[in-house]
Design a protein around this ligand. Sequence first.
Ligand code: GCU
Length: 330
Amino acid sequence: MRIRLFLALLCAALLCGCAPRETENVPELILRYADNQPEDYPTTLAAQYFAELVERETDGRIRIRVFADGELGDEISVYRQVQFGGIDFARISVGALGEFLPESDVLQLPYLFTDAEHMWRVLDGEIGDEFLNKIQTTGVYGLSWFDAGARNIYTRAPVRTLEDLSGMTIRVQESDLMSRMVELWGATPVQIPYSGVYSALQTGKIDGAENNWPSYEASGHFTVAPYYLLDRHFRLPEIQFVGAIALEKVRSVDETCVDVILRCAKESARYERELWREREAASEELIRSHGCTVTELSAAEQEKFRNAVQPLYDECGPEMQALIERIRNG
Ligand code: GCU
């Protein structure tokens, strides 16, 4: 008797439409997005926002799953996977881009931008668009630029001057230009992917690294390397991109969906820049209240850091020199 009642209730539930509602929500395309920062970090929150916008604007036809914390791999490997269609979208630091687009090394030159406004004038203008377009030659489409503030040096032992850095081992991203910068400062560079930096600092394999306030805080590096030297050597933007293969998949759902992706990416970048400002202030406050030693460089000392890396500029070929000139006037 009970079984019959159960079956009758089940049929009633199906007839009143429970099952069809579920299938209505099934997307036509599910895409993957990689970020190596934690879920509550500005870039990852912006990625999540991007995914929500796309799902809403395509009426649920396209769903994007965001994988945070480097779950899909380090930046260099993620870029390759996007090229080959294993991952669809990603956000990486421009520090990793030079491996694929050597011209973008110019954006890795220390002390290139005078301040944030200067960087945004350049990236939101012609030069920024030229880079987003050039990236197409590597099999991915540049969508937008994300903020990543200014980067500073941090160490396990106190550092107050350029001389203090001498002989120290400093981690850099997988970039030869960055290695050379550290050498010019008189230290020894080591290229390690971001995910390996915490343990390298903790075990003393390296003496220091460099990054912006939010990364220094979110990664926990401030707990093992508590001396933060504000030399602001880089203003290294980050780039959000989609694979050419992924874009074809989007196009096969509907041509108009491609525009949706481009528009929502720009919108998510605006959101990231807002989040960035808030997080930068919050991270600084947390780090200072934790008791880290934060050192501001005197103008004379700052000049020493800057002069030491001048050979990086002098060694550039004529094309790069011309681009530097355009950026400086930007
Ligand atoms: C920043 C950036 C990361 C990058 C890291 C690094 O934290 O947001 O994407 O991997 O720098 O120094 O490698």
